[in-house]
Design a protein around this ligand. Structure first.
Ligand SMILES: Cc1ncc(COP(=O)(O)O)c(C=O)c1O
Length: 275
């Protein structure tokens, strides 16, 4: 199911800059009981992304209503929102005027085994490094070639996510998730100043930790620090929070702070559904 600028259909103009240059932004969120979870936060991040990329802002009320319409129709699955700068301009120069393109689509949810939540997942360490790009750091823009190359590094179905480092050897994130570690009772997650996506789930988990007096800090760490950590977890809006069970030959069992954060996350999702 797709809506392009509110119209049913899946055909995009070939001159759309989302296709031509990856000139746009996207958001992905779960749909449960006909509701797109944390839709408002996703639209808010998209709005910030539009401002940073100088994309004319779409009609947010309309965009939100279209998202709610498809979520209500689908009942459950994964909702994806895309905004592009629109069509126009052969070349990089910004088209003037530019009318942004709104795309809403809904997809079946991936059926991840319950085992991932219960016992955790195995991580690959990606050889592909995330390049520094401070002007784009944090934004969920459409250019995902780094993640595609990183994800192409493994085919083993027993490996569920890849860890991505930057040129400083700092851990940035997973190919499709943010990373948190527990070190001496403190939850740490990287600052994402040079690369990475500032995830909605990461933001919510930091808020939940703060509200419940779980010590947490945004702080850079490298791979040896991650391997020495007491607990490691990854998160995104669709999977929620998954404990990490192993990175190469370093193994963990699910730790107490991971369990607490998973419970807080589930409660937060329930209250979002009821709101
Ligand atoms: C590269 C990358 N980093 C982080 C995330 C987590 O973002 P969110 O929590 O908003 O889903 C994603 C989600 O798809 C991602 O693709």
């Amino acid at each position: 199911m797709h809506l392009i600028n509110g119209e049913p259909g899946a055909l995009l103009a070939v001159g759309d800059r989302g296709l031509q240059y990856g000139d746009g932004l996207f958001e992905t969120m779960p749909v449960q009981q006909g509701k797109a979870l944390f839709l408002h936060r996703h639209l808010q991040r998209m709005r910030q992304g539009c401002r940073r990329l100088l994309i004319a802002e779409p009609n947010w009320t309309l965009f939100g209503a279209e998202a709610e319409q498809l979520a209500a129709q689908a009942r459950q699955g994964v909702l994806k929102l895309i905004v592009t700068r629109g069509s126009g301009g052969r070349g990089y120069r910004l088209p003037n005027p530019a009318t942004p393109t709104r795309i809403v689509s809904v997809h079946p949810a991936t059926d991840y085994p319950a085992e991932f939540q219960q016992n955790g997942i195995h991580l690959h360490i990606c050889r592909h490094r995330l390049p520094d790009n401070p002007p784009l750091a944090g934004i969920k823009h459409l250019n995902r070639l780094d993640q595609i190359l990183a994800r192409a590094e493994w085919q083993d179905p027993d490996i569920h996510e890849g860890l991505m480092l930057d040129s400083r050897d700092c851990v940035v994130e997973g190919t499709m998730s943010n990373v948190l570690i527990v070190q001496d009772g403190v939850v740490l997650t990287p600052p994402l100043l040079y690369s990475g996506v500032a995830g909605i789930a990461r933001g919510l988990i930091l808020e939940l930790a703060e509200a419940t007096q779980i010590p947490c800090r945004i702080e850079a760490f490298d791979l040896p620090q991650l391997l020495a950590a007491d607990e490691v977890m990854v998160c995104n809006s669709v999977i929620g929070l998954w404990p990490v069970r192993s990175v190469v030959d370093r193994c963990w069992s699910v730790g107490p702070l991971t369990r607490r954060l998973m419970t807080l996350w589930q409660q937060r999702c329930r209250s979002e559904l009821e709101s």
